[in-house]
Design a binder for this molecule. Sequence first.
Ligand SMILES: [Fe+2]
Length: 577
Amino acid sequence: MLILGINMFHADASAAIVQDGEVVFAIAEERLNRVKHYAGFPALAVKACLDAVGARIADVDHVAVGQDSDANLAKKVQYAMANPAKILNFIRLRQRKQAMRDVRSLLAKALDVDVTVPRFQEHHIEHHIAHIASAYYCSPWEKAAGFSYDGSGDFVSTMMARCEGNDIEVLERVFLPHSLGSFYTMICEFIGYKKYGDEGKVMGLAPYGKETYCDQIREIVDLRKGGFQLDLDYFMPLGSNQGMQIQADGTVRLARHFSDRMGKFFGTPREPHAEITQRDMDLSYAMQHRFEEVFFHLLNQLHQRVPLEDLAMAGGCALNSVANGKLFSQTPFRKTWIQPAAGDEGLAIGAALHAYHSTLGQPRRYQMKNSYLGPEFSESRIETDLKTAGLSYRKLEREALLEAVAEQIAAGNVVGWFQGRMEWGPRALGNRSIVAHPGLPDMKDVLNARIKHREWFRPFAPSILVEHQHEYFEHDHPSPFMLHVYKIRPEKREQLCAVNHVDNTGRLQTVSREENPLYYDLIRAFQRKTGIPVILNTSFNENEPIVCTPEEGIDCFQRTKMDVIAIGPFLARKSEN
Ligand SMILES: [Fe+2]
């Protein structure tokens, strides 16, 4: 049975293909059309999914979309009636969403076939149910607490659920305009981070701040039984799209979230390129602090309803790895399974698996053991691309390649590491990564000056052999998808100085041989040379979506000041050219 999952006309449009219950291939459209967070129809991703299983659209039995415009309709109408100025907007949005429901025509057009060709059955899964499904149905568990939170989706910002067997039973919804994602976005915008997806950057700024504004910021989000409520005086009236506008070219633009009340309390909003002041750092500290308090409150409430140790979680806010790292000490949950594509691209997988297990009642056998669900490229294709780019290169056997790359990293060089299938989700996890020495004091500045050009306050991440985690970090719950931040042990901070953040934490990726044998062995080779079972891992890109194809990897290598690229079995150095 073939199920195509889709997230469309929503940020991070994507597609996934599920064959007999197993996720075989999944990709966000941005990786193919190179438009970051693309929010149109994922035509290229759908084609890539079909190609991956050698199928045509006529072979697809079911199509599942992670959006249901009929979900929570009564709440939407109630909101529109209470805000007469929004009624026209509400009607327009609803008409647009109705048009989008014609999935058959959209797919036929994208794939250039007659509309009578597809024979699939269509399913629409509510946004947050699809998020929870993307975690629970990929986890190894037969029952778990399910949690999803983000800016908004189908008029909901937060969902709690009891997951058992094939079923996801919704226990609680927090409806718009109350949204923890919007709260975070609002303050990010106020301190000058106005682009969709900037929230992850500001998380790195928070530890530079002090508690100055904690009490004031706390007042913006009020804790309630089963949820929370925003003080809407701090927000512009954002309507049911929660301040997110999709442009004609598929890019996402944020409307202004903060009201003038913010300015009354905290002064002038920062412009994007202005200097970051202590005020901005203190606001980001208070924002992260309140976010965590509300998050732990919600999880503790969920645990009262579902008293288990296992938590399956997704939604854009689940990318807040700092909060994730602390939940073990602040809530009774002891294990997490967080979807690596916790943002909205993950809806494609969640919708498809929900259709398979919940709607169609098919048994659960699948577990997502790694995030390498994207395309891979043949040796001959890579070699052709290297020749086309005019690079001189050497082809090496596996051991020789690992040895040579480990040698380069140990010598302080920056290596582009392009191997196997591309990662699914926003993190590079050792297949489209730039890797470097984690223990050289100037490595962060070198990477920023030569390649990444990121904000000075953003940390780089460590990949660590999972069996050494407890020696280096103060928590031993694994983090295979780089979704937890833990304290680095005092005696190891100097050894990991390039990945040790200002608050002595690291957003680690734990690596096991089972998950990624080649990357595991690369870290082992580096450990043999240096005694450190850790390498610095940052995504293979330069202010663009993470590279997907060999051409993009080679182009990024040539554009930036990387020293070496290891692409498939080939090794090329800048100095040789
Ligand atoms: Fe979402």
